[in-house]
Design a protein around this ligand. Structure first.
Ligand code: AMP
Length: 433
């Protein structure tokens, strides 16, 4: 029986009809990130498992459930990259990128891998864009980092999204807040006889002990309902964190980035401190976060580097593309030939000029391609009709006709396929094409 191979569950082929869309989104991201002084970094697809365990935190879903882990032939433990920040920081430390004491701004466009339940907007391999600004805790850079993401979405032409910001405080105010949260959630976790209740989901029961802030992040309806009345982080910020947060807002106002404050935002990874933010498209259904990020001042030290503050974000291309297509905002152009060369080359038609026309067509084709112009010619399509049909199928901007008359008088006929307008051009002047 013939074997039928299929793409692994939760992954996808990006086919030619779509690949230009991804190329466009990546091109715009590179342009925007570079205009803010970010430089591209690429790290390997896999890292020592510890890079993620140390950074993301043991209690996170990514580390607990979603990592693709494997051992190499020498029994060393590796994992496919589930997120971009930890590898960038590993590289930052290893390559001493911050040695001159400057701010280091790095961006990436990379594939991530998470063993998660596939659904719309959630796959097992997905591509992320991200920006990390390392070496400063000035609140302006939190605002600037958010602005890069905002500018990117605006440049793409996306309309339906909101920026939500929060402060989750530093480790000190976090501790007070965690205690308040646990006080609040206690009655939902335990029954009066101290047995575990089922008012919250089993994951939330674990979060209660390991990372209470993540109780606010649960997507299960009954947990969401309970967390509505939970105390707000913003009431537990110390003076330093309060000032930092209001400065971030001040700079966002100056940079003209609209935002709303959402005290329920906690990021999925443990390493965040103070500013946390998300970009949400409420039309997207349950997987509605286009991306998010925040400040992670403790991570670099935690990973063995010098105590260095940083802020960064990551966003996902697939949800972004879905959003752009849904609201009809996608602006990238599908590649179309600028010129499609048409020449009657039927050698059976008793035409002694066939080979001269063909040579001319091929000379022109190579000339245009050497100039980097997308030009097409189909040597197998013999009749003019078939060639013109193909030019239409490919949505060529212009058709260049090389016929009897053109050959004899050494010129080309140029037809604009949009307007139907026809002009001629001397073959000696093809540089003007
Ligand atoms: P996170 O690193 O989880 O904050 O994710 C940042 C962004 O990456 C999300 O907002 C999504 O746009 C995208 N993303 C995360 N996980 C997935 C996934 N499993 N499939 C597709 N996109 C994802």
């Amino acid at each position: 029986m013939a074997v039928k191979y299929t793409v692994p569950r939760g992954t996808q082929d990006i086919l030619p009809k779509d690949s230009y869309k991804w190329e466009y989104m990546e091109m715009v991201f590179r342009k925007v990130a570079k205009s803010y002084g970010y430089q591209e970094i690429n790290t390997p697809v896999f890292e020592q498992t510890e890079v993620f365990e140390r950074s993301a935190g043991d209690s996170t879903d990514i580390v607990q459930k979603e990592m693709y882990r494997f051992q190499d032939k020498k029994g060393r433990n590796f994992a496919l990259r589930p997120e971009g920040t930890a590898p960038v920081i590993r590289s930052y430390i290893e390559n001493n990128l911050g040695s001159e004491g400057h701010i280091t701004k790095l961006f990436y466009i990379e594939a991530m891998f998470r063993y998660d339940r596939p659904q719309s907007g959630r796959s097992r391999q997905f591509s992320q864009f991200g920006c990390e600004c390392i070496g400063t805790n000035h609140p302006y850079y939190d605002a600037e980092n958010i602005t890069v993401f905002w500018t990117y979405l605006k440049t793409l032409g996306l309309k339906n999204f909101v920026v939500e910001i929060n402060s989750i405080g530093c480790s000190e105010c976090s501790e007070t807040y965690n205690t308040a949260l646990k006080d609040y959630f206690k009655k939902f976790i335990f029954l009066p006889n101290n047995e575990i209740s089922d008012l919250v989901c089993p994951d939330c029961q674990t979060r209660y002990d390991k990372n209470p802030k993540r109780l606010l992040d649960c997507k299960i309806p009954k947990c969401k309902e309970i967390s509505k009345e939970a105390p707000s982080m913003l009431d537990y910020l110390d003076d330093k964190c309060k000032t930092h947060f209001s400065e971030v807002q001040k700079y966002l106002d100056i940079l003209k980035v609209p935002y709303v404050i959402n005290p329920k935002i906690v990021r999925g990874l443990d390493y965040y401190t103070q500013t946390a933010f998300e970009f949400i498209n409420y039309n997207l259904g349950s997987q509605n976060a286009l991306g998010g990020g925040g400040r992670y001042d403790g991570l670099i030290k935690q990973m063995g580097g010098k105590d260095t503050p940083a802020v960064g974000f990551a966003g996902g291309f697939s949800r972004l593309l879905l959003s752009l297509i849904n609201e009809n905002s996608f602006q990238g152009d599908c590649p179309r030939p600028k010129y499609y060369i048409v020449c009657a080359n039927d050698s059976s038609a008793n035409d002694e000029n066939v080979s001269s026309k063909l040579t001319k067509a091929l000379e022109l084709l190579i000339f245009l391609r050497n100039k980097g112009i997308y030009a097409e010619f189909d040597i197998e399509k013999i009749s003019l009709k078939a060639q013109l049909k193909n030019a239409n199928r490919l949505k060529a901007h212009h058709v260049i006709i090389i016929g009897e008359e053109e050959l004899a008088k050494n010129y080309l006929t140029l037809k604009n396929m949009n307007t139907g307008e026809q002009t001629t051009l001397d073959f000696d002047k093809i540089d003007e094409l």
